[in-house]
Write a protein that binds this ligand. Structure first.
Ligand code: IVH
Length: 696
């Protein structure tokens, strides 16, 4: 094992070690003109030193190298923050679900059911490509950015300029600033051609047109992108300095006049009842189109209504995707493998005879858990029917009955689910009421440790390019990466990396650069990356938004296990969190090893505070820091709309009045909450004052 795995050192030891290292490098560089390490390693050691000083001011003493030269800030290469976030869409799969969506929007707007059914929609094919944001300033294209995590994406300006279907200047009516959103895709013909060429050259074959489009856009050389002939349909707007059109249909027309390609199958549908016919038609035409679509997007035509409806979570209330049914296929089950996840869950994975499902080759599917295997009565050798819906992992629906497949007598015996971890051998327990069996090996189970590391660098967490599952496993085996902080010390193994098979100087440099780029991270990504049970992206974002800064979050989480339980109560009261999640967080922070991991990361990373407006828009955060309660009925807006407006302005909205409440808005017939507010001396206002405060 490598000596670096003995880290973490205590802060004082760490500080001294860093100082020694820097002094030695200084001497080599200035004294002997023989730099021992690349500048980037030197800069990071300095940065680490100054962060350590901020966290532990008591460590600072006089001959401190960090005061001699200022550490350079770590530039985040090629990342661009979207002015308005790039969100996704909610899904419906049939007319009933679509009607529920219409009713929800109607309720929000305070419409009758009939009025809701008369809302006008624009329907557009849902292109299965990758979304892009194009920023125009003074009518000129200045930036092209991928969606990324929705908040910030990659700068692909030079590549995007090579696309034909996009104007470099907008001409008449262009606002001073505007973000145009659209989908980049590859035509099916081009996709097959490209794969043929790739095969001839012995290069990577793309799994589907979407992957091919993504790969072609993220090219270091724009000439390669140009050769791939990508298409682009424009369909929406992000931030803009001025309104463009009163309806979505007129907006699409303006896009056409500016020179964008707008999908020719986009239609205005005047009533919700006209929708099923459009869906049927497009589902039929789908296979004849030269590009992949995976559904239809419906958008309320009236932009003023869109603005009132706003967003819930990461999806608009004014638009929905009607997804086409998943594509299905039949194949044979070859083997059942038990994988151990980062929380110790034992998951059965089906190994399948490779089969083409709607253009994608599938050879693996999840079987979820022990009960699912029993429910399906699935055995090795069976023929199975499976389906794939978009990016979702393929799912096994059923076995093909033995009469159609093979005789019962020739089937393999029932699969026995193991009760010990296949990796570390520890007992795997299944708690009452739970469907999963979990390895009890905890941190001593290598599978769990490795899975946590894989999660840490995954796409929605640290998203480190070039550091995928395979490299993590290899670097773990070699002892280079045993805990998250080791990732940011990987450059110390540069020499050893260069000697590994498959790692040339360029790929090592690329990897180390990719790691450096991720030393700055958003708070929600950071929280998500830790892989705490029940803290997925949504909960990580909730926590980040609530606590605002890494320091604040950390201090509060450390207080969770205090006897007074104040912090625990606050956390459980955050809308959408609740006691079960609070328990998981408390358990995580109770484990000393996790504290060590966090301290180690804290000195190496910059976790950004949440300073920008919430995902909902850029109207400023007039009500930031306020905790609001609405009570009684409001005459001019529904309760959900009022809540959405308050949240957009930065307020935290809760249901009950407590000593944390800072403002209560009283509607008609406000009852006990009004009384409680008075008792606690909380500020109150009526609906008219509220509208004024919200700038309505
Ligand atoms: S509108 C706030 N329109 O679907 C609304 N999206 O599942 C933003 N997509 O991320 C999206 N065709 O990449 C919209 N005509 C269309 C679309 C479309 C494809 C993609 C887009 C988005 C995803 C959401």
């Amino acid at each position: 094992m490598n000596k670096n795995n003995k880290i973490p050192l205590s802060p004082a030891e760490h500080y001294r070690e860093l100082q020694d290292r820097i002094a030695r490098w200084d001497e080599a560089y200035h004294g002997r003109d023989e730099p021992e390490v690349p500048d980037s390693d030197y800069d990071h050691a300095r940065l680490e030193l100054s962060r350590l000083e901020k966290l532990h001011p008591e460590l600072k003493h006089q001959d401190n190298p960090s005061e001699k030269v200022g550490a350079k800030p770590n530039p985040a290469f090629g990342k661009i923050r979207h002015r308005a976030p790039m969100l996704s869409l909610g899904n419906v799969f049939d007319a009933e679900e679509f009607n529920q969506f219409v009713s929800r929007a109607g309720n929000f707007l305070g419409l009758t059911e009939e009025e809701a059914q008369n809302l006008s929609f624009v329907a557009e094919p849902k292109i299965d490509g990758l979304s892009i944001s194009l920023t125009y300033e003074q009518g000129k294209l200045v930036r092209g950015t991928t969606r990324g995590d929705g908040t910030e994406g990659e700068d692909v300006t030079e590549n995007i300029r090579t696309l034909k279907a996009l104007p470099l200047t907008l001409g008449q009516n262009a606002p001073d600033f505007i973000e145009i959103r659209g989908e980049v895709f590859m035509e099916k013909d081009r996709f097959f051609e490209l794969n043929e060429e790739q095969e001839k050259r012995g290069e990577k074959i793309f799994a589907n047109p979407r992957n091919a489009a993504a790969g072609s856009l993220r090219q270091l050389d724009p000439k390669v992108t140009a050769r791939r002939h990508l298409g682009l349909f424009a369909y929406n707007m992000g931030a803009s300095s001025a309104p463009v059109a009163p309806t979505h249909l007129e907006f699409l027309e303006q896009l056409r006049q500016w020179g964008f390609e707008v999908n020719p199958l986009s239609r205005l549908l005047d009533h919700a009842r006209d929708i099923p016919a459009y869906v049927e038609q497009l589902a039929r035409d789908r296979s004849h189109l030269n590009y992949d679509i995976d559904g239809i997007v419906f958008k309320i035509n009236d932009i003023a209504l869109q603005q009132r409806l706003g967003f819930v979570g990461r999806a608009p209330r004014w638009a929905i995707a009607w997804k086409f049914p998943a594509e299905k296929a039949i194949t044979r089950l070859e083997e059942i493998e038990i994988q151990v996840g980062r929380t110790g869950a034992l998951t059965p994975v089906a190994h399948l005879e490779p089969v083409n499902v709607g253009g994608v080759i599938v050879s693996r599917a999840t079987l979820h858990n022990e009960d699912e295997i029993n429910r399906l009565d699935i055995r090795v050798g069976d023929l199975v029917r499976l389906q794939r819906a978009g990016d979702v992992i393929p799912q096994i629906l059923e076995i093909v009955p033995p009469s159609e497949g093979q005789p019962e007598s020739q089937r393999a015996p029932k699969f026995i689910f193991p009760d010990h971890c296949p990796v570390c051998g520890a007992y795997a327990e299944r708690l009452q009421g739970e469907a999963v069996r979990r390895c009890t090996g905890g941190l001593t189970c290598e599978a769990q440790t490795v899975e946590r590391l894989i999660h840490f660098v995954s796409r929605n967490a640290f998203d480190i390019e070039g550091l995928g599952q395979r490299s993590i496993r290899a670097f773990y085996e070699l002892g280079f990466i045993r805990q998250p902080g080791d990732i940011f010390r990987l450059s110390q193994h540069k020499e050893a990396l260069l000697k590994l098979e498959g790692w040339g100087p360029q790929s090592v440099t690329n990897l180390l650069t990719a790691i450096e780029e991720k030393r700055t991270i958003t708070l929600s990504r950071f929280i998500y990356a830790l892989g705490i049970r029940m803290i997925g992206e949504r909960n990580a974002a909730l926590l980040a938004r609530h606590y605002g800064s890494f320091q604040n979050w950390l201090t509060s989480m450390r207080a969770l296990n205090d006897e007074k339980r104040d912090e625990y109560e606050t956390l459980s009261a955050i809308m959408g969190i609740g006691p079960a999640i609070a328990d998981e967080l408390a358990a995580f922070f109770h484990e000393p090893h996790n504290e060590t991991v966090l301290n180690d990361l804290a000195v190496q990373l910059v976790v950004e505070d949440i300073t920008s407006p919430a995902a909902e828009g850029a109207e400023g955060r007039k009500l930031a820091g306020e905790t609001l309660v609405f009570t009684g009925s409001l005459g001019t807006m529904s309760r959900p709309e009022a809540k959405a407006i308050a949240e957009r302005l930065g307020a935290h909205v809760t249901e009950t009045v407590s000593k944390k409440t800072t403002l209560v808005i009283l509607g008609e017939k406000a009852g006990s909450k009004a009384k409680k507010a008075q008792e606690l001396g909380v500020r109150t206002m009526n609906e008219e004052e509220w509208r004024e405060l919200a700038g309505l």
